[in-house]
Design a protein around this ligand. Structure first.
Ligand code: MF3
Ligand code: CO
Ligand code: CO
Length: 271
């Protein structure tokens, strides 16, 4: 009996409450994922294929004592998702050649000692048009506004409310078809972090909860559809889309970001 009780994992509203040792595991995993995105900054340039970038990611992950969480996940075969221009998320790396003026989100999830680090950033390819760099900047700001809403006693809906307020003020739409998610020893867990939500709704946040915040903002309408490959999500109106993602924890007095860039390269950048 006692042994079984010691093994019980604490959940509140179906959301796992983690221990201080669990935070250590997440810091390691988050650091590897964020360093991987740092490594890519000089590599994302006109003429490179998304498949080559995925090869670099796969190597980096293995060289750093981690495993890719996406290889083998529901039949997915790549170490990253690379989503350019009107691709909202889950773009499959391959023969596509990135060209001057493109923008691309690169999303990497690694597992270190059983813990998941999930993060993505936007990359500009060479010189990028003003409206594209504005979209990237505002999407970063929207993610950070969502993160700043995180503290014990706040509600999951407060995150989406902060994101939506910033987006709508700037005449951008917020994608509703994909959400942030709890993570830890599980890749996709409770809670569902909706990026377009009303303040005061959803589960109450408690110290020890881990989840991602990963808003997708569009220049046009919010609507998306999935291509025949079963993965690639695109905007229905072909408008540009951007996304940033951090893995975070609720702490006693606010939040901790696990996937901060060790090289200070988190904000949107062009190589
Ligand atoms: N990293 C994505 C997320 O933020 C999930 C990618 S799953 C894959 O949740 F199979 F498409 F790679
Ligand atoms: Co995620
Ligand atoms: Co991700």
């Amino acid at each position: 009996m006692l042994e079984i009780e010691a093994d019980l994992v604490k959940r509140v509203d179906g959301i796992r409450i983690h221990t201080p040792e669990d935070f250590e595991g997440m810091r390691k995993a988050g650091r590897v994922a964020a360093s991987c995105l740092d490594m890519l900054v000089p590599e994302v340039k006109p003429g490179v294929t998304t498949g080559h970038l995925d090869d670099l990611i796969r190597e980096f992950v293995l060289d750093n004592g981690a495993a890719s969480a996406t290889i083998g996940y529901r039949g997915y075969r790549h170490a990253s998702c690379i989503s350019h221009n009107h691709v909202v998320c889950h773009g499959i790396p391959g023969d596509r050649v990135l060209k001057e003026g493109d923008i691309a989100n690169i999303d990497v999830t690694v597992v270190v000692d059983g813990w998941h680090g999930d993060t993505s950033r936007m990359y500009g390819v060479g010189e990028v048009k003003r409206r594209a760099s504005r979209l990237m900047d505002l999407t970063y700001q929207a993610m950070m506004a969502g993160i700043e809403a995180v503290k014990p006693g706040a509600r999951v809906g407060d995150i989406g409310a902060a994101i939506t307020e910033l987006a709508h003020k700037n005449r951008l739409s917020v994608v509703e078809d994909f959400c942030g998610h709890g993570l830890g020893q599980v890749f996709h867990d409770e809670p569902n972090v909706v990026h377009s939500a009303r303040a005061g709704t959803g589960a109450e946040l408690r110290p020890g909860m881990f989840f991602t915040i990963e808003p997708m903002l569009n220049l046009g309408k919010k609507d998306t559809y999935i291509l025949n490959d079963g993965w690639t999500a695109v905007t229905r109106d072909k408008s540009l889309s951007a996304q940033f993602e951090h893995s975070i924890a609720v702490t006693e007095d606010g939040y901790e970001i696990f996937t901060t860039s060790p090289a200070g390269l988190h904000t949107p950048h062009t190589a």
